[in-house]
Design a protein around this ligand. Sequence first.
Ligand SMILES: Nc1nc2c(c(=O)[nH]1)N[C@H]1C(S)=C(S)[C@@H](COP(=O)(O)O)O[C@H]1N2
Ligand SMILES: [Mo]
Length: 259
Amino acid sequence: MTAPSSPSRRSWIAGALATVSALWLAGCDRLAQAPNFQSFLQTASGLNRRSQRLLVGGALAKEYSPQDITPAFKSNGTLNPPDADYQALLKDGFKDWRLVVDGLVERPLSLNLDDLKARAARTQITRHDCVEGWSCIGQWTGPQLGPLLRESGLKPNVRYIVFHCADSLAPGPAATGKYYESIDLFDAFHPQTILAYAMNGQPLPVSHGAPLRLRVERQLGYKQAKYLMRIEAVDRLEHIGGGKGGFWEDRGYEWYAGI
Ligand SMILES: Nc1nc2c(c(=O)[nH]1)N[C@H]1C(S)=C(S)[C@@H](COP(=O)(O)O)O[C@H]1N2
Ligand SMILES: [Mo]
């Protein structure tokens, strides 16, 4: 049985909603950088689900229990990047792999796996929904994207975060066939947006994106970029790949793939 909302809670919700709406209208960048935004989302997780939907349209993706984990999580798209540079990194157990964070940032970062593992990690059990019609539940562990972006010092004109992957899916010049994805700052600073180096408590398997993949839990499977090499902060998407913000977006899929 759920206790009815007290008037003070209702007015808090109304106030928070008004703040979010105002910031939303002012632009997602302002929202993500607002000091209260993070704590607002954390607080929202403590409210019941109806309030969450009322507040921000389902702020947090549902999280599951260990017994819900799909025994054989399907792999899709690239299962092992054919690209020579990736194969060389894989052969050495990703010793020389680095995640570069650059673009419109004050302090570009270059991080190896140990650097990423030294940071605070979040573990979440979530459902992955592929646009092709299948779903699997898995557990993901890794640092939240938000603190890493703050560390790099996003410039005020940043609007999107682009994820450059190691794998070429399309034939032709490598620069046009590489997988890539992008999200806005609202999703980039969402608490469940993490860079996962572990799946179900094990190092991320190659078929699922080793050594590092994005989890952006309120969107469809194709946004969950595998084989991450570089994260780029940009003010627009037109000059990247085919200009639509992602490998599949360039081939007709929606850029915002909310579930
Ligand atoms: N780099 C890269 N990321 C990718 C893909 C891909 O082919 N290459 N496929 C996407 C699609 S369509 C889905 S459904 C998921 C599949 O993730 P999984 O192999 O871990 O199930 O990864 C997404 N991310
Ligand atoms: Mo997918």
